[in-house]
Design a protein around this ligand. Structure first.
Ligand SMILES: [Mg+2]
Length: 391
C-alpha cells in the first residue's frame, strides 16, 4: 500500500473569540489517502493554519524537507520508520512546535489506515487491552462576566456532570494568570470558594481535578493555596506554573498535598523526559496530536510507566482526538482517565457536529472502541459548514 495524497481542512467555529480560553473553536483535520482506497483521519490541536503550512510547505534542503513530499509514495504501515523519516528530514524547521503537531495528525491517520486495512481496532495494534472500560473525566469550562457568575456556572456544570453519570470531572478555574477567562480577575481566596462549592456539588465519591492554567508565577505562591486545598481531595492540579519552570514543578511535586499534572503543550518524548525527570510531575498529560501522534504518545506512556507515573491524556478537540485517546488508554496500563469534552456540556459546535467517536457512555464509563481503525465517522456536512474561507 502507498500513500497517494494528504488532504488538509482548516475548520473554524462561527463567532470564534481570540480571548476565549478554549482551543475547541478551530481544528486542522487531515485525511491520508492510499492507493488501496483506504483513507485515514487525524486532527491536531494547535494553530490550524500553522499546522497546515507545516504539512503543505515544500522543502528547501535536506534538513528542512516538505512533510507532504516525504510521505507521498511511502507505505502507511511503516509508522515507526515514517515518524523517524519526518523527524530527521525536518530537523531544522521542525523538532518541536507546529511540525510535530502536524506530524501528530498524520501519524493518527496512519494508525487509522492500518487498523482499517487489518479490520482491527487500533488498540489491538498497540498491544491490546489493559482494561475492559475507560473512565472519561468531563472537562468543565465555565462562562460568565463576573467572578460570581463564573463560579455559579462551574458549579452548575459540575452538578450536571454528576446527573449525567460522570464519575470524574475537571474544573477549569482560570481567574488570573496569563490565560484568564475573558480578562476576568479573581483572587486565590475566590478560587478556593469556587472549588469548595464544586466539591460540595459533586459529593465525596467523584474524582475531581482542577486546571488552573499556569496561574501562579512561582512555586511558593502556588503552594500557599494548594496547601489550603488539601481537604478537597483533588485527584490532581493541572499546570499550576509556567511550562518552563521545571524546578518549580519539582518543588510542587514534592510539597503539594495532591498530584501535580502537566504536559498538554509538549512536543515529543524528549520534552516529557524533562518534565518527568527534572519537573518530577506525578501525572503526564500528552495530547496525542501535539506530542507527535500515537507512535510518540505510546513512547511517553512507557517512559511514565518506567518511572511509576500516571498518564492522563489531554484532549480538547473533537471525536477524532477522543477516539485516539480512548485507544491509547485502552492499551496503557498506567492510564486511569482520559480527558473528555462532553458534547452536551460544552459550547463547541465542532465538538458536537464534526465526528462521532463510536464510544458509548454508560454509568460514567466508556466501552472499549471496537470498530476497525480509530472507529471515527466524520460528518461531511460539518466539514463543509465549518470550512475556513479567506476573508
Ligand atoms: Mg489544561
Amino acid at each position: 500500500m502507498k500513500i497517494t495524497e494528504i488532504e488538509c481542512h482548516v475548520l473554524v467555529a462561527p463567532g470564534l473569540r481570540e480571548d476565549a480560553t478554549s482551543s475547541s473553536q478551530d481544528d486542522l483535520v487531515v485525511f491520508v489517502h492510499t492507493d488501496a482506497g483506504i483513507t485515514g483521519v487525524g486532527e491536531t490541536d494547535t494553530g490550524p493554519w500553522l499546522a497546515r503550512a507545516a504539512l503543505e510547505s515544500p522543502g528547501s534542503h535536506s534538513m528542512a524537507m516538505g512533510v507532504r513530499d516525504l510521505l507521498i509514495g511511502q507505505d502507511p504501515f511503516d509508522t515507526g520508520a515514517l515518524w523517524e523519516r519526518l523527524y530527521t528530514y525536518t530537523a531544522m524547521s521542525g523538532r518541536r512546535g507546529a511540525v510535530i503537531c502536524a506530524m501528530g495528525a498524520i501519524d493518527m491517520a496512519l494508525w487509522d489506515i492500518k487498523g482499517k486495512a487489518l479490520g482491527l481496532p487500533v488498540y489491538k495494534l498497540l498491544g491490546g487491552a489493559h482494561r475492559d472500560h475507560i473512565v472519561p473525566y468531563a472537562s468543565l469550562q465555565p462562562s460568565g462576566g463576573t467572578v460570581a457568575e463564573y463560579g455559579a456556572s462551574l458549579v452548575a456544570w459540575a452538578r450536571r456532570a454528576t446527573e449525567l453519570g460522570y464519575r470524574a470531572g475537571k474544573m477549569e478555574c482560570t481567574l488570573d494568570g496569563p490565560y484568564r477567562h475573558l480578562g476576568l480577575s479573581g483572587t486565590d481566596a475566590q478560587m478556593t470558594e469556587i472549588m469548595t462549592a464544586c466539591r460540595e456539588a459533586v459529593g465525596p465519591d467523584f474524582a475531581m481535578m482542577v486546571d488552573v492554567q499556569y496561574r501562579w508565577p512561582d512555586a511558593k505562591g502556588a503552594l500557599r493555596t494548594l496547601r489550603r486545598w488539601a481537604d478537597l481531595d483533588l485527584f490532581f492540579v493541572e499546570t499550576p506554573l509556567p511550562p518552563d519552570d521545571l524546578d518549580g514543578y519539582a518543588t510542587l511535586a514534592q510539597h503539594a498535598p495532591m498530584r501535580i499534572a502537566a504536559g498538554e503543550w509538549l512536543n515529543t518524548r524528549f520534552e516529557f523526559l524533562d518534565l518527568m525527570d527534572r519537573g518530577r510531575v506525578d501525572v503526564a498529560q500528552p495530547d496525542v496530536g501535539r506530542v507527535g501522534g500515537l507512535t510518540e504518545a505510546v513512547r511517553v506512556c512507557q517512559l511514565a510507566q518506567d518511572r511509576g507515573r500516571l498518564i492522563v491524556p489531554h484532549c480538547w478537540k473533537t471525536g477524532i482526538g477522543i477516539a485516539v485517546s480512548a485507544h491509547l488508554a485502552t492499551a496503557t496500563p498506567n492510564c486511569p482517565f482520559i480527558e473528555y469534552l462532553p458534547a452536551e456540556l460544552c459550547d463547541s459546535p465542532l465538538r458536537r457536529e464534526l465526528a462521532t467517536d463510536g464510544l458509548t457512555l454508560r454509568d460514567g464509563r466508556l466501552c472499549l472502541p471496537d470498530r476497525p481503525g480509530l472507529g471515527v465517522e466524520l460528518n461531511p456536512a460539518a466539514l463543509e459548514k465549518f470550512a475556513w474561507r479567506k476573508p
